[in-house]
Ligand binder design. Structure first.
Ligand SMILES: Cc1cc2nc3c(=O)[nH]c(=O)nc-3n(C[C@H](O)[C@H](O)[C@H](O)COP(=O)(O)O)c2cc1C
Length: 158
């Protein structure tokens, strides 16, 4: 059966969206049904039926989530839904050269709140440093391994 994957994108200038598009292209035909949404357009009800999610977000300001993702992030912090039926992976985009002290903080913030709300992360996060690796290439490569982990994990829990 196809694996349903929900990609939630937090972006300020479009790179994270490009990363999601590249992932969709590269994983086409691999038994996945991928639905990508901008965090700008969703609220916490996106999690209501549980499932597998990929959080793909950049960091702006000084370690902040992108402006458009702020309402979604704040809603999670404030309404604190139970996300114990959510499994997720994490891709953070950042710039270690210019923002070493807050490298990928937005992704780390999502990781923290999702964990607190009972969601379970699959695998280790990818934190892309745009100085050293093209985000879309590193992410698409990382996804190949992450999808294998997802299938293994889901096979054990269903
Ligand atoms: C004004 C500004 C602030 C930034 N702040 C951070 C930061 O605090 N931490 C970090 O890791 N990257 C930071 N970045 C780097 C971006 O996250 C990175 O360029 C990312 O690839 C942008 O992706 P996006 O187009 O999806 O928003 C910043 C970039 C800009 C232009």
């Amino acid at each position: 059966m196809d694996l349903e994957l929900n990609i939630l994108v937090g972006t300020q200038t479009g790179v994270a969206q490009l990363v999601a598009q590249e992932i969709e292209l590269r994983l086409d035909g691999e038994g996945l049904r991928i639905k990508t949404r901008l965090m700008d357009d969703i609220d916490a009800t996106v999690f209501k039926n549980g499932g597998v999610f990929l959080i793909c977000t950049s960091t702006y300001g000084q370690g902040d989530v992108p402006d458009g993702a702020r309402p979604f992030y704040d809603e999670l912090l404030n309404s604190r839904p139970n996300l114990s039926n959510v499994r997720y992976g994490l891709i953070g985009l950042g710039d270690k050269g210019t923002h070493a002290a807050t490298f990928c903080f937005a992704a780390k913030k999502f990781d923290k709140i999702l964990g607190e709300l009972g969601a379970v992360r699959i695998g280790e996060p990818l934190f892309n440093d745009s100085n050293t690796e093209l985000p879309e290439n590193e992410a698409a490569q990382w996804m190949e391994g992450w999808i294998v982990l997802c299938r293994t994990e889901l096979a054990q829990t269903t």
